[in-house]
Design a protein around this ligand. Structure first.
Ligand SMILES: [Zn+2]
Length: 467
C-alpha cells in the first residue's frame, strides 16, 4: 500500500517536472517538527522537490541555483505545507472544488484529506486537479462513507447529502474494497450504522489491502474491541464519550437494541436519537480510570486521532457570530455566501447552550489527555460544515489544538508530519529536507511564538510552484 501511494505521488511530481520554474529562497529560518531550528538557510527547489539546503552566508551557490527565481527570506520563516485532514469537497455543491482549492492554497494548506464523498461526485474535482496540477493542493480521498445497510448520509433530507454506500454481512466486502482501490482511494472511512460483524470484516479486508480505516467507530461495537481489531484512526474524538462512561457496557447493550430498529426509523434519525440519548449522560458519568486505559490503548495501537475541534466547538465558539469571521464568506460563490450569511446571522441570535459548552470543554480536555499519552493527533476541520470556510478554518483548528495543550511545534506536527505518517509517506512529505516534495509556506512571523502566526502568510509553494 505504502508503495502504491508513493507511486501515485511520484507520478504527480513527474507530471510537473517539465513545467517547473526553479526557486531559490534565501536567508530564511526553517522550522519543522523533526529538525532543530535552522537560521539563515538557502533552499533550492527544482522539479517539485527540495534539491539543496545550504547555509546562506557560507555557501557558494552553483549556476543552476543562481538562475532560479529568487525569494528573499530575510526575517521570514519557512514551514512545511499544511494539511487539513478532514474535509468534504462535495458536501455543499454551491461551493465548487475550484473555490475549495484556491482557499486551501491561499491559506497554506497544500494537502487535503477528503473524508467522505461518493466517487462520481468527487470525479470533477479529481479531473480538475489532473488538468491543473500546478494550482491545486494534493488530494487524498477515502471515497464514500462506508455505512451499514441503513445509511445516515443518503441524500434524502436537508443536511444529509448522499456521501455514503451501505454494506452488511451479505455484501461482497472484498469486492467493495477492490472497487474503491481501483478508484484511487488511499484509505477508507467507516461509519456509524455498520454492524459489528460487517465492521470487523471490513477492518480485516482493509488490512489485507494495506489500507487504514478511519472514521466513526460503529455504534454497534465496543471501542476497545475495534482498537484491538485494527482501527486506523478516529474523527471528532467521537466514541470516546460512550466508551469512557462508567456503565459503557450498558450503553452498548442499549444501542444494540436501538439498532435493531424495530420502529424502522431512518438511519440519520436513529443515529441522532442514539447520540442525543447517550452522549451527555456518558460525559457526565465518565470513569477516568477506564478512559485512561482506552487512551493508553489508542497510543499503544497507533490509532490516529483527528479531533476536529473546530466542528466540535461549532456551537460554543460560534465563529459564525464573529463579523470578522463572516468576512471570509465573501470569498465563497454568491449562493453559498448568501446562504452562510443568513444562516450565521440567524444562529448568532442564540447563546451557546450549557451542553455545547460542556462538549467543548470535554473535547479539549480529552485531546490534552490523549496528547499526554502519546496518541498521534492530526489537524482537521470538517470544512465546509458548520460555516467553516475552507482554508481559514484550519488555522482555527491549530489555535484550538494549542489551547488544548499542544505546544506550537506539536501543533505544527499535527498538520505536517503526522498526516503524512497516516499515509506512510513521511519520507516524502511533512518536513523541510533535501529530497522532500516542495510544499512549503513562508511566514512573516515565527509560528513557535504564537500559532496564530501561521495566518500571516508571505507566500505559498505547492508542488514546487509559487502560488
Ligand atoms: Zn466529516
Amino acid at each position: 500500500m505504502k508503495d502504491r501511494i508513493k507511486f501515485l505521488i511520484l507520478l504527480m511530481g513527474l507530471q510537473l517536472s517539465s513545467l517547473q520554474a526553479e526557486i531559490l529562497i534565501e536567508n530564511i529560518t526553517l522550522i519543522d517538527a523533526k529538525n532543530e531550528i535552522r537560521n539563515a538557510q538557502s533552499v533550492y527547489i527544482k522539479n517539485g522537490v527540495i534539491q539543496s539546503i545550504k547555509d546562506s552566508e557560507t555557501s557558494d551557490l552553483d549556476g543552476a541555483e543562481l538562475d532560479s527565481k529568487l525569494i528573499d527570506g530575510t526575517g521570514k520563516y519557512l514551514i512545511p505545507g499544511l494539511w487539513d485532514a478532514h474535509v468534504h469537497l462535495t458536501f455543499i455543491p454551491e461551493i465548487d472544488h475550484e473555490t475549495h482549492f484556491d482557499l486551501y492554497l491561499k491559506n497554506g494548506v497544500t494537502s487535503i484529506r477528503d473524508t467522505g464523498a461518493i466517487i462520481s461526485k468527487l470525479r470533477p474535482s479529481l479531473n480538475f486537479i489532473k488538468e491543473n496540477p500546478n494550482t491545486t493542493p494534493r488530494l487524498f480521498y477515502a471515497g464514500p462513507l462506508i455505512d451499514g445497510a441503513d445509511r445516515v448520509y443518503k441524500g434524502l433530507e436537508p443536511g444529509f447529502p448522499n456521501l455514503s454506500i451501505g454494506i452488511d454481512e451479505n455484501s461482497n466486502i472484498p469486492g467493495v474494497v477492490d472497487g474503491l482501490i481501483a478508484e484511487g482511494v488511499t484509505f477508507l472511512k467507516s461509519y456509524e450504522m455498520l454492524t459489528r460483524d460487517t465492521y470487523l470484516e471490513l477492518l480485516k479486508v482493509a488490512s489485507q489491502n494495506g489500507l487504514r480505516v478511519t472514521g466513526h467507530v460503529p455504534l454497534s461495537i465496543d471501542l476497545e474491541e475495534a482498537i484491538e481489531a485494527g482501527l486506523g484512526g478516529m474523527q471528532h474524538v467521537r466514541n470516546m464519550d460512550l466508551a469512557c462512561a462508567k456503565d459503557a457496557e450498558v450503553l452498548l447493550d442499549e444501542r444494540q437494541i436501538s439498532l435493531e430498529n424495530e420502529d424502522e426509523i431512518a438511519g440519520s434519525a436513529l443515529r441522532t436519537h442514539i447520540h442525543s440519548s447517550q452522549r451527555y449522560y456518558a460525559i457526565d458519568n465518565t470513569d477516568d480510570e477506564r478512559c485512561l486505559r482506552i487512551i493508553k490503548k489508542l497510543s499503544e495501537y497507533g490509532v490516529f486521532q483527528t479531533p476536529t475541534l473546530t466542528i466540535n466547538t461549532f456551537d460554543s465558539r460560534r465563529f459564525y457570530a464573529d463579523p470578522e469571521w463572516r468576512e471570509t464568506y465573501s470569498e465563497l460563490p454568491k449562493a453559498a455566501k448568501e446562504d452562510w450569511m443568513n444562516g450565521s446571522l440567524k444562529l448568532a441570535e442564540f447563546d451557546a447552550t450549557e451542553d455545547a459548552l460542556k462538549f467543548d470543554a470535554w473535547s479539549l480536555m480529552l485531546v490534552e489527555k490523549m496528547h499526554a499519552e502519546g496518541v498521534k493527533i492530526i489537524a482537521g476541520t470538517d470544512t465546509p460544515i458548520g460555516y467553516l470556510t475552507p482554508g481559514y478554518s484550519l488555522h482555527k483548528e491549530l489555535e484550538l489544538l494549542s489551547e488544548a495543550g499542544l505546544s506550537n511545534l506539536e501543533v505544527l506536527k499535527s498538520a505536517t508530519i503526522t498526516p503524512a505518517e497516516f499515509f506512510g509517506i513521511e519520507d516524502q512529505m511533512g518536513t523541510i529536507e533535501v529530497g522532500k516534495l516542495a510544499d512549503l509556506v513562508i511566514l512573516n512571523d515565527n509560528p513557535l511564538e504564537s500559532i496564530s502566526n501561521t495566518q500571516n502568510i508571505h507566500k505559498v509553494i505547492a508542488k514546487g510552484k509559487i502560488q
